[in-house]
Design a binder for this molecule. Structure first.
Ligand SMILES: [Zn+2]
Length: 273
């Protein structure tokens, strides 16, 4: 969608050497981001806590938009737990460091470093509105952000209702998914309460210029923090498509986030024992 990606040396070499790879790379320009929800079976849903409203974190309760620029809350989807809301702060974020394999190859080491720097900048941007902290260990994280290449996905949907003979292969530049789990708190020694919790996994491909990596991370972290939907305006970080001049976090993004956090959720409440 008008989004140009800088080709790397590696890509250019592949392009010359391998026609099959050249085919795939040409499709990389059709970038999309993907939201993936896990849906528990209906029997499990009945046992989930009732949805209730958590107190607004101070950073959001203090947020006021004097311009009254509006929001796109009506585009935010509810999931099995209603809204995806964090209730324990700071939210722990893990940013995948360069791996040993990457460190062994200067090109990959540099690319991984650029990626880490860009992602951490995006974490800091959101930290102003919701407290986040970067943790060293993936196991301690609420949100894990990784570089893993996303598999190409066949897209059989089509707007005019006809069946296409060939499905369109779409390469995704980023993806955010969440899963639910039961957290045992360690506050009480006996019979600690079990809290319905969620974890989010974000994948962002490393083969982009730093500015676009940061924009992709800004966008995906917005999903991870609870904006489970897209804006129709290019001036919002959660605009549905990648653009040449990516938007910063906008007042509309934060107005939307604040409205999400004013909603009831099943997350963060005790499960009946
Ligand atoms: Zn998105």
């Amino acid at each position: 969608m008008g989004f140009k990606r800088k080709k790397t040396m590696w890509f250019q070499r592949s392009l010359l050497n391998n026609m099959a790879i050249a085919f795939v790379i040409s499709l990389v320009f059709l970038t999309t981001t993907q939201l993936v929800s896990s849906v528990p079976p209906p029997t499990a849903l009945r046992q989930l806590p009732t949805a209730q409203v958590h107190p607004l974190p101070p950073s959001l309760s203090q947020w006021h938009d004097p311009q009254q620029s509006g929001d796109y809350f009506d585009q935010v989807q509810t999931v099995a737990v209603n809204y995806l809301i964090w209730s324990t702060f700071p939210v722990a974020v893990y940013v995948e460091p360069p791996t040993l394999v990457e460190q062994a190859v200067p090109f990959m080491a540099n690319r991984a470093k650029t990626w880490v720097t860009a992602i951490e900048k995006a974490v800091q941007e959101w930290n102003f509105y919701l407290p986040l902290k970067i943790v060293e260990q993936a196991k301690d994280a609420d949100i894990q952000i990784r570089r893993s290449a996303l598999p190409l996905r066949f897209n059989r949907s089509n707007q005019d209702g006809e069946n296409r003979k060939l499905p369109i292969l779409r390469a995704r530049s980023a993806e955010t998914r969440f899963e639910l789990y039961v957290k045992k708190t360690t506050v009480a020694a006996f019979d600690p309460p079990s809290i319905l919790s969620h974890r989010v996994a974000v994948s962002i491909r490393p083969d982009q210029a730093a500015e676009y990596l940061q924009a992709a991370a800004r966008h995906e972290i917005g999903h991870a923090l609870g904006i489970w939907g897209h804006s129709a305006q290019q001036t919002d970080a959660l605009y549905f498509s990648q653009v040449r001049n990516p938007a910063k976090i906008s007042a509309r993004d934060i107005n939307t986030l604040k409205r999400v956090y004013q909603q009831p959720t099943r997350l963060g409440w005790n499960l009946a024992s």
